[in-house]
Ligand binder design. Structure first.
Ligand code: ZN
Ligand code: FE
Length: 256
């Protein structure tokens, strides 16, 4: 059976360890820092079997070299970005098989946060880095609203029971913002309450499910009338296309 362990790094990053209960090797997703990964591996008698990167930001790849110094494993990463030690340059539609896990993951191009950002999908799990967050989405550092909107639409079309493993614990702040966009969404109110309770005990709010995101994440809901109206009253403009609604909600959140 495949399980996913969380490693906390920096103030709010998650580094995910994908493992099988009968094998010590794990796939390490987005190791921004090696030290907490090494500590967790040692504690559980595990070792790296592969490294997977979603994009080139330091809080996702900063620990790759140090992990490789300890043990040479394949490094998978986006073809369009500079990833230290990369052995497999991945493009949209590629499939990677991690034999030690018996797991095949599909690669999806999801530009927007960065130009070459990729996500990994398989066995009902999505590792989406800083593209889709629980209750939110990544900032547009290198891409356009059109690109990010299209990337999120692709992720939104995955099976609703897909578990979302994003790379940051931003859920509470995201849902507080979402509640300003959709104050009358009962699913959102319930989710925010549950997330506040988890965070009060310093617990991880992930993975979420895609179904939850579709019902509560404003960045996946640009086509919903209430979201459109809220974005229009925030900008004071008529917004005709969902992508314009998406862009307005993104700017609204960026403005704080
Ligand atoms: Zn990032
Ligand atoms: Fe990040």
């Amino acid at each position: 059976m495949i399980t996913v362990m969380e490693v906390r790094a920096f103030s709010d990053n998650y580094i995910w360890l994908i493992r099988r209960d009968d094998d010590p090797r794990v796939a390490v997703v987005d190791p921004g820092d090696a030290a907490p990964v090494k500590r967790t591996l040692a504690e559980h008698g595990l070792e790296p079997g592969a490294i997977l990167a979603t994009h080139h930001h330091a809080d996702h790849i900063g620990g790759v070299r140090e992990l490789l110094a300890q043990c040479q494993v394949p490094v998978y990463g986006p073809a369009g970005e500079s990833i230290p030690g990369r052995t497999h340059a991945l493009r949209d539609g590629d499939r990677i098989t991690l034999d030690f896990l018996g797991l095949t993951l599909e690669v999806l191009d999801v530009p927007g946060h960065t130009a070459g950002h990729i996500a990994y999908f398989g066995d009902n799990m999505l590792f989406c880095g800083d593209t889709l967050f629980a209750g939110g989405c990544g900032r547009l550092f290198e891409g356009t609203p059109e690109q990010m909107h299209a990337s999120l639409a692709r992720l939104a079309s995955l099976p609703p029971d897909t578990r979302i493993y994003c790379a940051h614990e931003y859920t509470e702040a995201n849902l507080r913002f979402a509640s300003r966009v959709e104050p009358d969404n009962p699913d959102l109110a319930r989710r925010l309450e549950a997330v506040i309770a988890l965070r009060r005990e310093d617990r991880c709010t992930l993975p979420s499910t895609l179904d939850e995101e579709l019902r509560t994440n404003p960045f996946l809901r640009a086509h919903v009338a209430n979201v459109k109206q809220a974005a229009e009253s925030n900008t004071g403009q008529r917004l005709t296309r969902p992508v314009d609604v998406f862009a307005a909600v993104r700017r609204w959140k960026d403005a704080g």
